[in-house]
Design a binder for this molecule. Sequence first.
Ligand code: C2E
Ligand code: MG
Ligand code: MG
Ligand code: MG
Length: 285
Amino acid sequence: RAKADGRGTWRFFEVEMDIRLQARRALELDLREAVAQGAFEMFYQPIYDFRGRRVGGFEALMRWRHPERGLVSPAEFITVAEEIGLIVPLGDWALRTACSEAMRWPDGIRVAVNVSVAQFRDGIVIQSVKDALSVSRLPPARLELEITESVLLRDNAATLATLHALRRLGVRIAMDDFGTGYSSLSYLRSFPFDKIKIDQSFVRDITAADESAFIVRAVIGLGLSLHMRTTGEGIENEIQFERLRQEGCDEGQGYYIGRPDDAGSIPEVLDRWSGRRGATKHAVA
Ligand code: C2E
Ligand code: MG
Ligand code: MG
Ligand code: MG
């Protein structure tokens, strides 16, 4: 009896594994097909400059337009794309698309592009960035690359050399999702980032009188001392927005300012958030 149960359970796991493997294979096939067909789009989310009281740039966020599933977030496919070697062509496409799009924006408005750890292998990202800049003719100072702490996990000389080479091209480098990695602080010591993006998990609880608020304050102070700008991610309401401004954060990003949207939305977003602050938004809404 016990034996029979055991075998039943084992079979159940086998079936479960099989389903997962099939799902994973289907996703891989879908992804390859999508890359071949160019089924990806870039969305853009505004980044608000607290002192300038205007939107100073946009972060490019990739979307996969799936025939059945609709728009799919990169959270669901970037890791798989990395694992099966698709992130390099996808990353090239992302850089070219974002740089070309930014050329259509008013002068000085920046674009931020996420770069994955796999693009750092053998310094591939350097040529990708050079190509995107030369094809689009975007001034390098208007391009910002966002890297996560995973890039620096292998804190080796090659990664640092690549970061310095990118910096020499004239682009800016931002540390994304700061505070979620294993040794966030030591990464700040290993490379002079232009910007620290404070992870949204800290911003979410900033209004509670607890650790999150103190951590955000400390990171902003750190940015000041290290001459790195700070951006608060995931601002969803006016209270969080005002708190970050009061704390002296340089920039803010989140649904409260604007959700990621297609390139067509950009003129209106720039208009709504230009010059006068807050009030402008409500006047239009
Ligand atoms: P990320 O770079 O940290 O981007 C911010 C994520 O937070 C985006 O998710 C954005 O839609 C979301 N977000 C923005 N404001 C708010 C808010 O107020 N509340 C909440 N709850 N979420 C907010 P998304 O677009 O799904 O992208 C997820 C991640 O995928 C990105 O995180 C980034 O790491 C990666 N990613 C996106 N595009 C690319 C790309 O072109 N290349 C690579 N390598 N990675 C990308
Ligand atoms: Mg990012
Ligand atoms: Mg982030
Ligand atoms: Mg993130």
